[in-house]
Structures are given as C-alpha cells and as structure tokens.
Design a protein around this ligand. Structure first.
Ligand SMILES: Nc1ncnc2c1ncn2[C@@H]1O[C@H](COP(=O)(O)OP(=O)(O)OP(=O)(O)O)[C@@H](O)[C@H]1O
Ligand SMILES: [Mg+2]
Length: 253
C-alpha cells in the first residue's frame, strides 16, 4: 500500500475535515477576518481543546463546527458532507441531530424547571410527552441531578445549572459535544466537577468532545490541543509554547 493511499484512508476516518476555512464578518465598510484559512482534521472520539487569546476566532470556529453558521470560503466536511454547501433545512437537521451545545452562560430558560429545560431539546423531534419526560429525567440522572428536576435555574447553583445544560445537550444523543468556555463562570472546584463529568461522558459514550477554554488546567485534560491566533492555527510547537506561557502567567497571577 502506498503512503498516499494510507493518508487517504486516515483522512476518510476523520469526522471533520476543514480545508482553507475562512469567516469574514462585514459591518458597514469594515470587514473582520475572524477565521483566515483553517486547515484542520478532527477524528471521531477526540477530546479536542481550542485555545487562543481573546478575539482569535475560537467561538467563530466552534460555530462553524456546530453548523450554527457557514464558512465564507473553504470546505468544512462533516461525515462526508460539505457543511458550507448545505441549505438551511439540512443545517438545522444537522444541528439538532448531531451536535450538543454547552455555553459559558448556561443559556437556560429562567421560568422552566430543570426537567423542562432539558425537555426543550427534544421538542423538534416530536417525541411523545411522557417519553420526552422520561428521557429528560434519564439525562438529569446522568449528570447526578435527578433530585433537582423540579427546581428552576435561580434555585440552582452555577455548577448545577451547567449540569442541566449538559443534560440538555446530551438528551439528543449527539455525536459531538461543543462547549464554549463551559467553566468560565464557575469556581475551581465546580470547574473540576464539570470537566470531570464531561470527561466521564466522553469516555463512556465515545462522543467527540470539543471545548474552547482559556483555562490551562482544562486544556491539560484534552487528548489534543490547538491554538488560534488572529484566525489562524499555530503550528504545534508554537501552540505548546503559548500554552506553557499562559500556564506560567496563571502561576504568577
Ligand atoms: N457576529 C459578528 N459580527 C462581526 N464581528 C464578529 C462577530 N462575531 C465575532 N466577530 C469578530 O470576530 C473576531 C473573532 O471573534 P470570536 O468571538 O470568534 O473570538 P474568541 O476567540 O471566541 O474571543 P473570546 O476569547 O473573547 O471569546 C473578533 O474580532 C470579533 O470581534
Ligand atoms: Mg469566544
């Protein structure tokens, strides 16, 4: 077998295959190149961390990976389909069936209980009411929150709210979990709990976990780290140095 064939086989087993992905935002006459040509492959089952300074394009990249938006140019292949070329209907379907999102600010609906918040994720699936409740309870039990199912967000701690958000992401049984600074609003101990939980789910369910974080401890848990700078991916050695530097900053702070 030739080297070329081997490379092709390896590429075929990749969940994501990004080539020259750019994202340009236009505001009036101003243009911002949030992503300036990203080449990246992500394997099925990876725990990938995306790091980089503020404004470097991390959230933008995560949005592309979660089909929340389309690249301006380049190709973003997910399981053999080019997301850049999909219509709104297909994008919506991909979002609700394949991806689970977790955000820094939890994004729970304040007037709904934990269980109802988790249930909202199943609405587009037209699952029967009792079945939806059963699955929501199962997902809450999976994040050790069964006993808080009837609490509304303001009756839950930050860590508990994030666990509800994780249950909401999981209830769809997505293939990929995309988390943007999931521990940004939590103290250290709660951060450790939440990352521990995500890691456990990742290990048990074989999902692909993609986490944006500024936190070097969180980054250290990943199976691979990448570093963005001004919309570009840094070569591995530079990424390692940047990570070491920010770890040193944390120690000095
Ligand atoms: N909807 C938008 N319209 C215009 N510009 C945007 C939009 N979203 C992001 N940007 C710009 O694109 C660049 C990348 O933003 P992005 O949110 O991806 O950065 P980030 O790495 O996630 O930063 P942070 O660490 O602060 O969250 C920034 O310069 C930002 O101002
Ligand atoms: Mg961001």
């Amino acid at each position: 077998m030739t080297v070329t064939t081997l490379r092709t086989l390896e590429e075929a087993s990749m969940l994501y295959h990004l080539t020259g992905v750019t994202k340009r935002y236009t505001q009036g006459r101003k243009t911002i190149d949030a992503l300036a040509g990203i080449d990246l492959q992500i394997a099925d089952g990876e725990f990938l961390v995306i790091q980089g300074s503020t404004g470097s394009g991390k959230t933008t990249l995560l949005q592309m990976l979660g089909a929340l938006d389309r690249p301006t140019s380049g190709s973003l292949i997910y399981e053999g389909r080019d997301v850049a070329k999909l219509g709104e209907g297909d994008l919506g379907e991909l979002r609700s069936h394949s991806y689970g999102f977790v955000f820094q600010s939890f994004n729970l609906i304040p007037t709904l209980t934990a269980q109802e918040n988790v249930e909202t994720a199943r609405v587009p699936w037209h699952v029967r009411g009792d079945e939806r409740r059963r699955r929501a309870m199962e997902a809450l039990a999976g994040v050790n929150l069964a006993d808080r199912a009837r609490h509304i967000p303001s009756e839950l701690s930050g860590g508990e709210q994030q666990r509800v958000a994780i249950a909401r992401a999981l209830v769809r049984e997505p293939k990929v979990i995309l988390a943007d600074e999931p521990t940004g609003n939590l103290d250290e101990r709660t951060r450790d709990d939440i990352i521990g939980l995500l890691e456990e789910l990742w290990r048990e369910r074989g999902q692909t976990l993609i986490v944006v974080t500024h936190d070097t401890w969180v980054a250290g848990r990943a199976s691979r780290r990448i570093w963005l700078e001004a919309g570009r991916l840094m070569p591995d050695e530079t990424a390692e140095r940047s990570a070491e530097r920010s770890a040193a900053e944390v120690v000095l702070a």
